[in-house]
Design a protein around this ligand. Structure first.
Ligand SMILES: O=P(O)(O)OC[C@H]1O[C@H](OP(=O)(O)OP(=O)(O)O)[C@H](O)[C@@H]1O
Ligand SMILES: [Mg+2]
Length: 179
C-alpha cells in the first residue's frame, strides 16, 4: 500500500492538530444550537470520528452514504444516495462533515436535498479542499487544508475502495490508476 504513494501531503499529527483547531472553532460557533452533525460516508468516516471528539458542546449525529466516483479518479457527475439519514433535518442546524470538496457536485447535491427538507441552517466542515477541479460554486465554512490538483488517498479517502486505512494523506502514483 505504501509503495503506491508518491508523496505524503499531511501526516497523522498535522491532520490531528488541524482537526483540534476546527473542533474548537465549531464548539464556539454552535454553542446552544444542538447541531445535527452529518457524516458523508464513506470518505468522511475517520474525519467525523476525530472531529466530534474535539467538539465540546452537545450534538447529535447521523450518517448518509453517497457516491459518485466508483473506481475512477473523476466524478461520474451523478450523485447517488446509498444510505439516507435516520434523523429528520427539519428545523435543525446542520453541520455537514465531508472529507474532500473536489468538483463540488456531491456537496451541492447534498445541500439542495437538505434545503428541500427544510433544514434551519446548513454549514459545511471539509478537511480537504481541491479548488482546481471545482465545477459547482461553493466553499466550506470550516476548511482543513487546501490541496493541489492531484488524486489523494488515505485517512478515509479511497481509490477504488483501497487506501482508506492509511493514517496520513498522500498523492497516489499516477501509474496506479492509469494502468
Ligand atoms: O466534490 P466532489 O467531486 O463531488 O468529490 C467529493 C466527494 O467524492 C468522494 O466520495 P465518493 O463518491 O468517492 O464516495 P466515497 O466517500 O464512498 O469514497 C468524497 O468522499 C466526497 O464525498
Ligand atoms: Mg471515493
Amino acid at each position: 500500500m505504501q509503495n503506491d504513494i508518491q508523496e505524503v501531503l499531511y501526516s497523522e499529527q498535522q491532520i490531528q492538530d488541524k482537526i483540534k483547531e476546527m473542533g474548537e472553532q465549531i464548539s464556539r460557533d454552535f454553542e446552544g444550537r444542538n447541531p445535527l452533525v452529518i457524516c458523508v460516508l464513506k470518505g468522511a468516516f475517520i474525519f467525523m470520528a476525530d472531529l466530534v471528539k474535539q467538539i465540546t458542546i452537545p450534538l447529535e449525529l447521523d450518517f448518509m452514504a453517497v457516491s459518485s466516483y466508483g473506481a475512477s479518479t473523476k466524478s461520474s457527475g451523478v450523485v447517488k444516495i446509498i444510505k439516507d439519514l435516520d434523523i429528520s433535518v427539519e428545523g435543525r442546524h446542520i453541520l455537514i462533515v465531508e472529507d474532500i470538496i473536489d468538483s463540488g457536485l456531491t456537496l451541492s447535491y447534498l445541500i439542495d436535498v437538505l434545503e428541500r427538507r427544510n433544514a434551519l441552517s446548513i454549514t459545511v466542515a471539509a478537511l480537504f479542499d481541491k479548488p482546481a477541479r471545482r465545477s459547482a460554486e461553493l466553499d466550506a465554512d470550516y476548511k482543513g487544508f487546501v490541496i493541489p490538483d492531484a488524486f489523494v488517498v488515505g485517512y478515509g479517502l479511497d481509490y477504488a475502495e483501497k487506501y482508506r486505512n492509511l493514517p496520513y494523506v498522500g498523492v497516489l502514483k499516477p501509474e496506479v490508476y492509469s494502468q
